[in-house]
Each structure stands twice: as C-alpha cells, then as structure tokens.
Design a protein around this ligand. Structure first.
Ligand SMILES: C[S@@+](CC[C@H](N)C(=O)[O-])C[C@H]1O[C@@H](n2cnc3c(N)ncnc32)[C@H](O)[C@@H]1O
Length: 218
C-alpha cells in the first residue's frame, strides 16, 4: 500500500531553525524503519543528491543498517516522536513498519509534521495472514502447538493492518489525504519450512510471546 503512487520530484528546501537535521541544497528523505538498510540504499540510489535520514526504534537495527548502508544519517527514534524539526522533509518512507506503531494516527500526524506542505508519505503494510503462505503455515503450526490459547501476534500485528478503509481513515485523522493505494503480490522463497519457523519464532516479537508461554524449542 502506498500513498501516493507517484513521487513528486524533490525540491530545494531548508529546515527551520532549531531543527536537528542540517539544511541542505536538496532536502531530504526520511525513512523508518530501516531494518537491513535495503530501502535506504534504494533511496540513496534513486535520489543521489538528497539528504537521507534513517531511523528505527531498535538501536541494534540502526547500528546494523548504518554499517551496511553508509550515506544516510542513521539514528534511533520512535516514529511517534521523531527527532526532527517541522516541515524538514520532502518525502517520508516507511517499509513494513506502520503495523507495529501502537497509535497509527499519531504516527501519521508525526510524519505530517516533519513533511513540507507538498511532501509525500509512502509506506507499505502486509495483507492478511491468509494471503501469505509462510505466515499462514506458521499460525497453523502455532494453533496445533498451543490449541487452548494460540498466539495472536502474527495475525493481529504484522498482518493486522490490511484494511484499506481503516488505513485511509487513520490517514484522514492525521490530516493526510490518501492519493493512491496499491495491492502488490510478490513471491518469496525459503530454504526450508524450518527456516521460516525459526525466523518467525526467534527473530520477531513472537519470540517474547512464546518465551512467556514456556519453552521456545517446544
Ligand atoms: C518488519 S520490520 C521492517 C524492517 C525494514 N523496514 C524492512 O523492511 O526490512 C519492522 C520494524 O519496525 C520497527 N518499529 C516498531 N515500532 C516502531 C516505532 N514505534 N518506531 C520506529 N520503528 C518501529 C522495528 O524495530 C522493526 O525494525
């Protein structure tokens, strides 16, 4: 899902006094969360003269991304409380992060605050669990392992923000207009079912939920 479908050209812009980003001849893309730094690298390639700031809530993610993708200003930050001045950015991009924000309209309001009046916000969110074979297989396995009280994290958080009407309403609540929403289907591959299970169960917040129930290896 993306708003809007077209990215307008970046224009020269200066950050207001007191802002923590530097004025630059061509400012700037903000993107969060950076994860592995893949999107940050794409933005730097697409807009070689832009100043790019990359943030994530998780300091380890920021450290990892900063090592892999130089050229952006990396820093740990909560998307609900961004350490940037008002109207500093022409473009804000968030890849697979909004689903995790506890208050979506508040996060969108924050994006709006840092964007210039003609700025654009682009973000992606996953569809329902049923549309993702890996996630569907994982949740079926969890239901088998924990029949009395299956964990709902995967269904309700990463795959719990797929209703376009809800997203558009949250954007409107933040004073943003959705110019375009697009459904994209891509195919991913895994070396094995075990890789999928280990990745989800140990490399996502699902880990904490499983650990709270008992043995992660069960
Ligand atoms: C599924 S990962 C996506 C990472 C990366 N964008 C990618 O596409 O590979 C979700 C990310 O959201 C971050 N996140 C969760 N809540 C956040 C918040 N309130 N502010 C900023 N980042 C947050 C997590 O730390 C995590 O890195």
């Amino acid at each position: 899902m993306a708003c809007p479908g077209r990215i307008s050209p970046l224009r020269p812009r200066h950050c207001p006094a007191g802002s923590q980003t530097r004025p630059s001849p061509l400012t700037a893309c903000w993107r969060s969360p950076p994860g592995r730094g893949v999107l940050t690298r794409e933005l730097l390639t697409a807009f070689p003269t832009a100043e790019v700031a990359a943030t994530d809530l998780n300091a380890a993610m920021v450290e990892f991304g900063a090592r892999r993708t130089t050229g952006a200003a990396w820093q740990q930050a909560d998307a609900l409380h961004l350490p940037f001045g008002d109207k500093c950015f022409d473009l804000a991009v968030c890849q697979f992060g909004v689903m995790f924000f506890p208050d979506k309209p508040a996060a969108f309001r924050e994006a709006r605050r840092i964007l210039a009046p003609e700025g654009r916000l682009l973000f992606s969110t996953w569809s329902t669990v049923g549309a993702h074979d890996f996630a569907a297989a994982l949740t079926a396995g969890i239901e088998r392992a924990l029949p009395d009280d299956p964990l709902t994290f995967v269904t309700t958080v990463p795959h719990g923000y797929s209703d376009v009407g809800q997203v558009v309403a949250d954007l409107a609540a933040a004073g943003l207009e959705c110019l375009s929403a697009e459904s994209v289907t891509l195919e991913g591959r895994s070396g094995s079912a075990a890789d999928v299970a280990v990745g989800f169960c140990t490399g996502t917040p699902l880990r904490t939920a499983i650990e709270n129930r008992g043995d992660l290896r069960a």
